[in-house]
Design a protein around this ligand. Structure first.
Ligand code: NAD
Length: 474
């Protein structure tokens, strides 16, 4: 895979590169161009130059090109899946069956949504109000490593559909599928400069990109500390921004729940080695069923197969990077030193070595402890118990995050009442991770700013305009 930038429809190198290693076995897999302000500037220039023609391209033609990109993704599905797995260590079978088809769907969905996007004209004392979604300009998109192409295309597709041009800065730990996507967009016939990729570190290429006053939208998915830097840069130019950040989401198990379903859903929170922003990492279980639930959970967790993510029967792959693994383990060791217990796991998987961390369940942690309140972003869950609905809600809402929540209960009335009180961008009842692109997506509190999805994506990526016309003489 080409490790250079993609700027104005051409490969562009940098004077220096950095190494990209696979989390599966540490192998060196690519040399990546280390972008700086120079390349960020060149990419924004290319995107700004391409903007007027792309913005003026009829909606139907933009939609056709997005479908052509989706076709290209589907044609290279196997390549994309294996490259992503090699680069970020997530399961090959989920890339093949779920993630990469979804990448194609991201383009198709926003292409189709664009064609039906509209608002009925309305009348004010004989004057017609006409609402339009005008392209905004150059969009800087900054993405994380945990679901690289999936999260990038969830931004790229609506940004391009809206008539904007794009500069993507993928995460430095997972730069490869963005590079493949550049080839796919070119093969699909997307005009040069409409889509650009700048590789590099956040503090270098990323920071330069978001500080550029020509950028008219910033969409960022990543951590809260980085979001503060980006929001500060955006403030200087008053660049509108959308922030999809971290979480510490609760998974609530009520005494009336189907405990097998609850245990199944709880074990799912280890997916992607726990590196999922939406993961319900705080298991909040009603006291009266806690022992029963825990026994069912532990049995399922013990059956998870940890190993090479390319093998079809693997459930849990490696974590992304040695620096990240150390961070994950730091949270766990501090919790244990503070008196919490590891009911399962509690450290790296020494049988496998490398970046594999044992699925861990922490109990007996204080309500105000770090492990209960901070995002670990590894296969580490905590378990706390509650008595009664009021305490459940209070505990669920007790962190500074508000990304998602899962409610497991046998009562429709309770589900409705509890969901209404939860602070979260998404609430799942007796299910997890069911995601429709027409739904608003985002986080409350420090889990994010703004919502994307369906028309909400176009609201963000466009400059909305209301044109008021006086009546025309007959
Ligand atoms: P991160 O914040 O470290 O990095 C994300 C991106 O920001 C990378 O591309 C990085 O290079 C770039 N970056 C870093 N500093 C920058 C700067 N000063 N200016 C511009 N760009 C900069 O996050 P990460 O570790 O890659 O991802 C994990 C985090 O992402 C977790 O907190 C997770 O919850 C969150 N996440 C959120 C969602 C969501 O939709 N809410 C989805 C996935 C991941």
């Amino acid at each position: 895979v080409n490790g250079d930038h993609w700027i104005g429809g051409e490969r562009v190198s940098s004077p220096t590169t950095f190494d990209d290693h696979s989390p599966i076995d540490g192998a060196l897999i690519a040399q990546i161009a280390r972008g700086t302000a120079t390349e960020a500037d060149a990419a924004v220039t290319a995107a700004a130059n391409a903007f007027p023609a792309w913005a003026a391209t009829p909606r139907a033609e933009r939609a056709r090109l997005l479908h052509a990109i989706a076709d290209g993704v589907e044609a290279r599905l196997n390549d994309l899946a294996i490259v992503e797995t090699t680069d970020n260590g997530a399961l090959l079978r989920s890339h093949l069956r779920g993630v990469m088809p979804r990448v194609a769907h991201n383009f198709r969905f926003f292409a189709d949504w664009l064609l039906k996007l509209g608002h009925e004209d309305f009348d004010t004392r004989g004057h017609t109000n006409h609402v339009s979604w005008d392209p905004a300009g150059v969009c800087a998109l900054i993405t994380p490593w945990n679901a690289p192409l999936m999260l990038a295309t969830w931004k790229i597709a609506p940004a391009l559909a809206a008539g904007n041009t794009v500069v993507l800065k993928p995460a430095e730990w997972t730069p490869l599928t963005a590079s493949l996507l550049a080839d796919i967009t070119a093969a699909a016939g997307l005009p040069a400069g409409v889509f650009n990729v700048v590789q590099g570190y956040g503090a270098e290429a990323g920071a330069a990109l978001v500080a550029d006053p020509r950028v008219r939208r910033i969409s960022f998915t990543g951590s809260v500390p980085t979001a503060r830097h980006i929001a500060a840069a955006a403030a200087a130019n008053l660049t509108p921004l959308s922030l999809e950040l971290g979480g510490k989401s609760p998974l609530l198990v009520f005494a009336d729940a189907d405990l097998d379903l609850a245990a199944d859903l709880a074990v799912e929170q280890y997916d992607n080695a726990g590196q999922v922003c939406l993961a319900g990492t705080r298991l909040l279980v009603e006291e009266s069923v806690a022992a029963d639930f825990t026994a069912r959970f532990v049995k399922r967790a013990a059956a998870l197969k940890q190993g090479d993510p390319r093998e079809a029967d693997t459930d849990l792959g490696p974590n992304i990077h040695p620096v990240h693994l150390e961070r994950v383990d730091g949270f766990v060791q501090r919790a244990l030193a503070d008196g919490a217990q590891a009911l399962i796991g509690g450290g790296p998987n020494t049988d496998l070595g490398g970046l594999y961390y044992r699925p861990t369940l922490i109990t007996d942690a204080a309500a105000d402890s770090e492990i209960v309140n901070e995002e670990v972003f590894g296969p580490v869950l905590t378990l706390q118990t509650f008595t009664g609905d009021d305490q459940a809600v209070a505990m669920a809402n007790a962190t500074r995050f508000g990304l998602a929540a899962t409610v497991v209960t046998g009562s429709a009335e309770r589900a409705e009442r509890i969901s209404a009180q939860l602070v979260a961008g998404t609430v799942w009842v007796n299910c997890f991770f069911v995601r429709d692109l027409q739904a608003p997506f985002g986080g409350s509190r420090q889990s994010g700013v703004g919502r994307e999805g369906g028309t909400w994506s176009f609201d963000f990526y466009c400059d909305l305009k209301n044109t008021v016309s006086a009546p025309w003489a007959k």
